[in-house]
Write a protein that binds this ligand. Structure first.
Ligand SMILES: NC(=O)c1ccc[n+]([C@@H]2O[C@H](COP(=O)([O-])OP(=O)(O)OC[C@H]3O[C@@H](n4cnc5c(N)ncnc54)[C@H](OP(=O)(O)O)[C@@H]3O)[C@@H](O)[C@H]2O)c1
Length: 230
């Protein structure tokens, strides 16, 4: 991603809350986008920069084909993983992530995984993961947080892949695109109002920024900021 300004970004989970906003943000910045999901959205106004591609993330062959390029589209320069299942399926999440990491390592492309806040350390208590902190993760969603941590471990243990794992703040919901956020590494961030939150639109801004200007931290997080960062 460093040498080209306009690139081809694949988004796995392109129809989801996060993925759809990453597709919009990347397309608006002039990137080509491969929008990958099982049921590609076909009813939305067609952006010529966005190519919907039907891919089941259980199918490693389909992932390889989609990322390597085909007659209908260019190969990807980077891939964003924004997968979620209800109920949570840790085995699927980790398996699909490993497949993407394997393929991306072979193709030499960067991977950005949008994971969960549970993988972060608690503010004020570095030894307590957010996943184990009832102030952020009630018992009913601990399995979701645990799956996110397993996904992070899959990234960390894949030594051949160039991967960054983006943990959202505690609250991530559709909202406004302000373009204002603060970046952190392994600890949950809170804003001036004490809230750990960001809109999915601003998270998408951070995702595309991280692809356009890659940093060196393998684990990053973001939070909404009232003022643009210096
Ligand atoms: N505060 C937090 O920590 C927080 C909050 C929200 C979300 N998140 C994380 O953000 C990420 C994205 O979540 P989201 O809310 O955007 O999820 P979502 O809206 O439920 O979307 C999930 C996406 O995954 C795709 N998908 C599911 N199974 C698939 C399969 N077998 N093959 C291909 N695609 C598949 C779906 O596409 P199809 O069904 O069309 O195939 C859809 O595009 C997840 O890691 C989630 O945990 C974190």
């Amino acid at each position: 991603m460093k040498t080209k300004t306009k690139t081809t970004i694949a988004v796995l989970g392109a129809t989801g809350m996060v993925g759809s906003r990453v597709v919009t943000e990347a397309g608006a910045r002039g990137h080509q986008v491969l929008a990958l999901s099982r049921k590609p959205a076909r009813d939305t106004p067609r952006d010529p920069r966005v190519t919907p591609v039907a891919v089941d993330a259980n199918d490693s062959h389909a992932i390889r084909e989609a990322l390597a390029g085909a007659a209908s589209h260019s190969p990807a320069d980077a891939v964003v993983v924004a997968l979620r299942t209800v109920p949570v399926d840790e085995e699927f999440l980790v398996g699909a992530t490993r497949t993407v990491l394997d393929v991306a390592a072979r193709l030499g492309i960067r991977v950005l995984v949008v994971g969960g806040a549970g993988a972060l350390r608690s503010p004020g208590d570095r030894d307590l993961l957010v996943a184990d902190n009832p102030a952020y993760v009630p018992a009913g969603i601990r399995s979701v947080a645990a799956a996110g941590i397993a996904q992070l471990r899959a990234c960390q243990s894949h030594t051949d892949a160039d991967c960054v794992y983006l943990s959202p703040p505690a609250l991530l919901e559709p909202g406004e695109r302000t373009g204002r956020y603060r970046l952190g590494t392994d600890t949950l961030l809170t804003g001036a109002d004490g809230l750990s939150r960001i809109s999915a639109e601003d998270l998408a801004v951070a995702v595309v920024d991280a692809l356009e200007t890659p940093g060196t931290d393998p684990l990053i997080t973001v939070v909404h900021a009232e003022h643009p960062s210096a």
